[in-house]
Ligand binder design. Sequence first.
Ligand SMILES: NC(=O)c1ccc[n+]([C@@H]2O[C@H](COP(=O)([O-])OP(=O)(O)OC[C@H]3O[C@@H](n4cnc5c(N)ncnc54)[C@H](OP(=O)(O)O)[C@@H]3O)[C@@H](O)[C@H]2O)c1
Length: 272
Amino acid sequence: MPKDYFVNKVIIVTGASSGIGLASARLFGSLGAKVVMAARRLDKLQELAASVAPEDRVLCVKCDVSDEQDCKALVAAAVERFGGIDILVNNAGLSMRAMFRDLDLKVIHSLMDVNFWGTVNCTKYALPYLLERKGQVVGVISIAGYSALPARTGYSSSKYAIRGFLDTLRIEHLKDGLGVLVFAPGYTSSNVRNAALTADGSAQGETPLDEGKLMSAEECAKHLAKGLARRRSQVILTGLGRATVWAHRLFPRLTDRLTYNFIAKEANSPFK
Ligand SMILES: NC(=O)c1ccc[n+]([C@@H]2O[C@H](COP(=O)([O-])OP(=O)(O)OC[C@H]3O[C@@H](n4cnc5c(N)ncnc54)[C@H](OP(=O)(O)O)[C@@H]3O)[C@@H](O)[C@H]2O)c1
């Protein structure tokens, strides 16, 4: 990765109060970027800001990405403080775990509002500034945005939708120098499974995975930075993740059965 790629670049990271977003914000900050940290918990962001960058290179903004006006205000705050935007990382996200037959539909609405509409809202208002600087927009999706994951209908749908949105945006701006990166982590250690919604919309409050065995958020952030510095249009992480995406393309019915068996073995599998 070119060492100075991020120096003085203005980077908005949504969902910067935890996990992949926080690790990315810290990495960008350590590489000399001006970082705009956004999330709903402003107090948490303010507590973490010093670990991201010195005061003159960091801004914390309270923003619920499902609220269009919050996203508009986030972009305005970034431009007012730093004079423009080079990179928007649409990372804020929410997961779920329940069979569709048991699901209150408000869960799918919440996931689409945060994951899909959050990405659309922030991108809409940041786009004119990104175009001015031939900047980059990222959508943090998931392997579940390429190959569906059972008991995560709302999650997979929202991540497929982000991919469709960003792949389209890339073509619309092919001649404008806009970089559009679809970034798909595999399983990464974070709070995402604790915060995941269950059938009635309450938080799961636990993880069915051994988080210690997963990729760290810091490692994931390094892949994101590398993908950005190389102006890649797609990054798919982990050997298992890449194998799943290819298997889904080449052997879709076999992949359905393998995915079923994989999820059936999860702790408290929703299939049981
Ligand atoms: N961890 C994995 O295994 C994994 C794998 C593939 C993809 N991903 C994706 O990676 C992204 C980051 O997830 P993570 O694993 O780092 O999870 P995490 O630790 O739970 O972090 C999620 C972040 O999103 C923020 N957020 C949630 N709802 C929001 C809203 N309405 N508006 C603004 N911010 C909101 C949270 O902050 P506040 O609560 O303060 O708002 C938090 O900072 C997500 O898009 C997720 O789908 C994760």
